[in-house]
Design a binder for this molecule. Structure first.
Ligand SMILES: [Zn+2]
Length: 445
């Protein structure tokens, strides 16, 4: 496909060089368990030495704990390192940056996350390339390759599809149609379907809950939309969600797992037996509640093996997972995530009964740098309570104005009450959620 090959060329110019990395990852996808562990141990030793030597946060941490970086050479050794929390990352951003990387061109990401603590992460071009390669390898397992027409239902900048030239070009080359999720209402569902069909989309990507809602609205309208490959993102896909998506779009559903901090972590293969972790890019551990011992089902901890600008060692991202190390019928030996329980936020409800995706609050908070943590609660159909902890010195009025405008553009003329909290909202609360609906019909994603 011409679009795809032009895209790879531009990508090489940008410095990500995804194509050769994708070939390398594709070659390695059937490695046996012993080979995978051997690779991980070597990569880990390297990344730990790099972190201790060039990242101020880790230099200090290793010194404080009396750990020699060269003594970390295997997955067992890795367990001696302390856990990195979301708060560590939010509070010490500069300290997490590798010193030599500060002069390089970096990819910056700000992520909302379901827990409402926005976190900044940077990735160097090569690290970004490896993560993209992992993403595209996973898409390939679902039968989706760059250049196949695709419709994406995502947040954008709260309804605004990016008009940056490089984004427009990328959309064109990869034949992407972007539809803004927060504008998906019952009355616009038919228009969404018409545009997806006119685009000839073979692949439908979007927040799981939003795709289900689209299917439901179309069903009510008696409109059929067939898309062969459905890739729900960012939310848990339970059996009910999967069945609903297959039913509504007559397609096959492939789940994936990643977040703003660590993208393209795991992808489902065509045996549909869980998501294979890209263990050639990440180490994933699943630990008990105390974050001490490995268990089959528990809290997820991720170590990045390919990001030299901001290596994350044992990062607890607040998601819960169930893993299975048994080989898959597809022949791959990568660990499988067989269930994922992220922090689950609620949908909000508009006055016409249509729903606002659970990612609305995290998405909004990540757009406003003054917000340290936030929460949106809906006690009544026409009233929201927005609770915020702001950075020191932030202007409350200005933040409130931006939040109110975004809320009203998505939910219509609702009343918005603000509560500003001096201490970090919900800190220490394991069950804290960024978007909560207290109305009877407010469903959990
Ligand atoms: Zn498999």
């Amino acid at each position: 496909m011409i679009g795809a090959s032009v895209y790879w060329t531009l990508d090489r110019v940008a410095g990500n060089t995804v194509a050769p990395k994708l070939r390398a990852l594709t070659r390695g996808q059937f490695l046996d368990r012993a080979k995978i562990l051997e690779f991980q141990s070597e990569a880990l030793a390297q990344v730990v030495r790099h972190a201790a030597g060039t990242v101020p946060f880790y230099g200090r941490l290793f010194a404080d704990h009396g750990i020699r970086a060269t003594s970390i050479r295997s997955l067992d050794d890795l367990r001696r390192l302390p856990i990195l929390t979301k708060k560590d990352l939010a509070d010490h951003f500069e300290d997490h940056l590798s010193v030599p990387a500060r002069r390089k061109r970096l990819v910056r990401r700000r992520t909302g996350g379901t827990t409402g603590i926005p976190v900044n992460v940077v990735v160097d071009r090569h690290g970004n390339g490896w993560e993209l390669a992992s993403y595209w390898r996973g898409c390939g397992w679902a039968g989706y390759r760059p250049g196949v027409p695709v419709a994406k239902i995502f947040g954008g900048s709260l309804g605004l599809v990016s008009t940056k030239r490089r984004h427009v070009l990328k959309r064109h080359l990869l034949r992407e149609l972007h539809l803004p999720v927060f504008e998906l209402t019952r009355s616009r569902a038919r228009e969404f379907a018409r545009r997806i069909e006119a685009h000839g989309a073979q692949v439908l990507i979007g927040y799981a809950s939003a795709l289900v809602r689209l299917g439901e609205y179309l069903n009510e309208e008696g409109v059929t939309l067939r898309v062969p490959i459905v890739l729900p993102k960012a939310e848990r896909v339970d059996a009910g969600t999967r069945a609903a998506l297959e039913h509504h779009f007559c397609g096959r559903v492939f789940d994936a797992y990643g977040s703003g901090e660590v993208t393209g972590v795991a992808h489902e293969c065509d045996r549909h037996a869980g998501m294979h972790v890209s263990e050639d890019v990440y180490i994933v551990e699943v630990l008990d509640d105390a974050l001490r011992n490995p268990v089959p089902s528990g809290r997820m901890v991720v170590t990045t093996l390919r990001n030299s600008a901001m290596p994350l060692l044992r990062y607890a991202n607040d998601d819960l997972a169930t893993v299975d190390a048994a080989p898959c019928a597809c022949g791959r030996h990568f660990l499988r995530l067989v269930d994922l329980l992220g922090r689950r936020n609620d949908e909000l409800i508009r006055s016409d009964g249509s729903r606002v995706a659970p990612v609305f609050a995290p998405h909004l908070f990540q757009k406003i740098p003054e917000i340290r943590r936030g929460q949106i609660v809906q006690p009544e159909i026409d009233r929201l309570v927005v609770r915020l902890t702001l950075q020191l010195g932030a202007d409350r009025e200005s933040v409130a104005e931006r939040v109110r405008a975004a809320v009203r553009s998505t939910l219509g003329a609702v009343h918005v009450d603000f509560e500003f909290l001096p201490d970090i909202l919900g800190s220490g609360d394991q069950k804290f959620r960024a978007q909560v609906c207290l109305l009877g019909g407010g469903s959990r994603s």
